[in-house]
Design a protein around this ligand. Structure first.
Ligand code: AHM
Ligand code: MG
Length: 350
């Protein structure tokens, strides 16, 4: 009997899902990859789809509002914070290659039983960034960073030790914004790519290939209510942006969800600043699961991130919930920033 030959045509023109993209990237950059990394990332995409489904029904379900607990940061947990955290803990827990995780919502890092020998990865995340905005329909998101499991970790070791690696060691980083649409942005060190969730069939579809942060934007993003608490060089720099001295008068955009403020900055250019303040002298944002992933993505897109003295990704962490000032943006803005707020040693923004 003759074989029937069929040419596969795609149902929709040129659809590339995030899973396909990760496999393609792995074939291109690591031909001997086992698929283990894609399996891990599929756990993150699944958890974010579960969270997105809840976020979209917020207001209909009894999921809004405070849960009545206070997390390790001393902040009140929202019900959706807990749901988003549990979704990630579950979806990563069933990926046998994930050994250790750490979340903004949990004081301690978690080591999954028996994985110290077989696991390969450490995942740190902020399950629902900006969640104080959720009751008023403002964009929130999930941020994650993936690291290699250090060798020789034993089950008696403190799991947080595995997480305490500088940002330069990240294997991958990404975020999801639950905004007017849901978008996932990730990097594995080969550019930055964005995938919009198509709600009609539940897949993240490539919509923003090889994102580059514009050389210069028109907005800065910081909480100006803390103006009096900003160090003088930061105030001088912001006045410089406002003055038109950089060839345009910068406007202000501030949502109060890092993930959404950074996403706008990535696509439109400009700069995001959370300087040290009197209330938060070491900054407010968390190094491991907020600043590091954002810095990795910014650098891969042609931008730069600093804590005001050094590149974010060079900071050696000492605690899993460590805070840091965060200044991140495009080339022109970061170069000008360093003329006002001098880094230690030579200029870092190239
Ligand atoms: P969280 O919601 O995960 O606790 O994150 C902290 C949020 C960031 O998303 C945002 O950039 C910042 O806190 C806003 O802080 P402020 O209200 O001080 O401007
Ligand atoms: Mg956060």
């Amino acid at each position: 009997m003759k074989n029937r030959h069929v040419t596969i045509r795609s149902a929709e023109p040129c659809i590339i899902t995030v899973e396909q993209h990760i496999l393609q990237e792995q074939r291109r950059h690591s031909p001997h990859a086992t698929g283990s990394f894609s399996w891990l990332l599929s756990g993150i995409t699944l958890a974010t789809k579960m969270t997105e489904a809840r976020v979209r029904r917020a207001g209909l379900l009894d999921v809004l509002g405070k849960a009545g607990n206070v997390n390790v940061q001393g902040e009140e947990q929202q019900k959706l914070d807990i749901y988003a955290d549990e979704a990630l803990v579950h979806c990563l827990g069933v990926r046998e290659n994930v050994a250790v995780i750490a979340s903004e919502e949990n004081e301690e890092a978690i080591m999954f039983d028996g994985r110290e020998g077989t696991g390969k990865y450490v995942v740190v995340f902020d399950p629902l960034d900006g969640s104080s905005n959720i009751d008023v329909n403002v964009s929130v998101g999930t941020i994650f960073s993936i690291l290699e499991l250090p060798p020789n970790l034993s089950s008696s070791d403190d799991a947080s030790v595995a997480c305490l690696q500088p940002g330069v060691k990240q294997l991958a980083a990404g975020y999801v914004v639950y905004g007017s649409s849901t978008i996932m942005v990730y990097t594995t060190g080969h550019g930055v790519h964005g995938f919009t969730l198509d709600p009609s069939f539940g897949a993240y579809v490539l919509s923003h290939e090889n994102i580059r942060i514009p050389e210069q934007g028109s907005y800065y993003s910081s909480n100006d209510a803390y103006w009096d608490a900003f160090p003088q060089p930061y105030r001088d720099y912001i006045m410089h942006l406002r003055s038109g001295a950089m060839g345009r008068q910068y406007g202000l955009r501030y949502i109060g969800s890092l993930v959404a403020d950074f996403h706008r900055t990535l696509l439109r250019g400009g700069i995001f600043l959370y300087p040290p303040t009197e209330k938060h002298p070491s900054g407010k944002l968390r190094l491991l699961y907020e600043a590091n992933p954002v810095a990795f993505i910014a650098e891969q897109a042609g931008g730069f991130a600093s804590d005001g003295t050094r590149p974010i990704m060079e900071i050696e962490p000492t605690e899993i919930h460590q805070r840091t000032p965060l200044i991140v943006g495009g080339k022109s803005e970061m170069k000008a920033f360093e003329e006002f707020v001098q880094p230690v040693g030579s200029t870092q923004a190239k």
